[in-house]
Design a binder for this molecule. Structure first.
Ligand code: ACO
Length: 325
């Protein structure tokens, strides 16, 4: 008997407002052609002024509970992956807990920027395998539009808002092999030497405000291509797995060129890669659960499929998780 965490259900929330590349041409000196060519992004969702990260997290969590036919009483752990919390404290996770009326249980935010959801999957899996939680809500939620410098064309065209959620549940039916359902393997990294190529210009202990996203795009791109290619190779080697056994790649959605590079390294056709960056932009910790939800709801990802998640974000942080649905 092996204890595993199975992703039982998914949900998502996207704000109503669509901002196209053409709309951005009125904001900064850019063009639809430049943005599409360099990133693959065509549009992104932008939250209403009074719509918060917690509002989006709550909506995504409700959808995940409904899809799995779970109620608040089934949940005994909440992790929200975010870098754009409503407040410095308390955590968005307790907003979710209060709004959904979930009983006292571990509830906290996890901050690993765009790698947040992959970090979150690993942490949630450890809570479940250690016996501390049986059914945990894991949410990625971001309002990046509120930390963008809307006069900086090198960053403001890249990001969007939204939230995605999953319910992870303990399962003891596996035999410890890669044929088991659930999270099979996780690997996380950070390299603080690269912290100055992607950061916010402020924070509670420095400027007393949240600051704005600052990025050396070309450097981040270079690290993303090489680190993503290194980590997917590592996942295959450690698990003695050939790439053709992977049914779906669900990558962090920052740039379609980075996604295509990783798929190529794996030898996977783009028909086995979930891509939402064209419509969502980079929603940081929300991008993977948003992409996952889309592919589960439209029937591409089915029970039994082997799915590889990977992401890189500020820190730099990066990681990958292998899971069978
Ligand atoms: N519109 C038009 N021109 C622009 C824009 C824009 N929005 N932004 C930059 N340019 C110009 C630059 O000024 C530069 O002009 P110059 O040559 O005259 O100086 C030219 O376009 C090329 O700029 P580069 O930065 O070299 O463009 P690049 O091809 O590297 O693409 C991009 C930029 C899209 C940001 C890319 O580097 C990238 O995707 N980087 C990785 C981002 C990423 O993966 N982030 C993940 C983590 S995010 C997180 O953790 C929060």
């Amino acid at each position: 008997m092996t204890v595993r965490s199975i992703i039982r259900s998914c949900g998502a929330y996207l704000p109503d407002r669509i901002m196209t590349n053409r709309d951005l041409e009125d904001v900064v000196d850019t063009s639809d052609e430049w943005i599409v060519q360099r990133t693959g992004i065509r549009e992104r969702r932008i939250a209403a002024e009074n719509e918060t990260t917690a509002d989006m997290a709550i909506a995504a969590a409700k959808a995940a509970l409904a899809h799995g036919r779970f109620t608040a009483a089934d949940i005994d752990g909440i992790i929200v992956c975010t870098s754009t919390p409503n407040h410095t404290f308390p955590a968005v996770a307790v907003d979710v807990q209060a709004a959904l009326d979930i009983r006292p249980c571990p509830a906290f935010d996890l901050q690993a920027v765009c790698s947040g959801f992959v970090y979150g999957l690993n942490v949630a899996d450890m809570f479940i395998r250690s016996g501390q939680c049986r059914r945990l809500l894991l949410i990625g939620a971001e309002k990046f539009s509120s930390i963008l410098d809307w006069t900086d064309r090198t960053t403001c065209v890249l990001f969007g808002d939204g939230a995605g959620a999953v319910v992870l549940e303990v399962d003891e039916s596996g035999d410890g092999s890669l044929n088991d359902r659930g999270i099979l393997f996780s690997r996380l990294y950070a390299d603080g030497r690269q912290k100055n190529i992607l950061y916010t210009s402020g924070g509670p202990a420095t400027t007393q405000d949240s600051g704005y996203v600052v990025m050396e795009g070309r450097e981040v791109f270079r690290h993303a291509v090489s680190n993503m290619s290194q980590i997917v190779t590592e996942v295959l080697e450690v698990n003695k797995l050939s790439a053709d056994r992977i049914d779906w790649l669900v990558p962090h959605q920052a740039n379609v060129r980075i996604i295509e590079g990783t798929a190529k390294k794996l030898g996977l056709g783009m028909d086995r890669v979930i891509v939402t960056v064209d419509r969502h932009g980079n929603t940081s910790a929300a991008s993977i659960p948003l992409a996952l939800n889309e592919a589960v709801q439209d029937g591409r990802i089915k029970p039994g499929n082997l799915v590889l998640f990977e992401a890189l974000g500020a820190g730099l942080t990066w990681g990958a998780v292998l899971a069978r649905f």
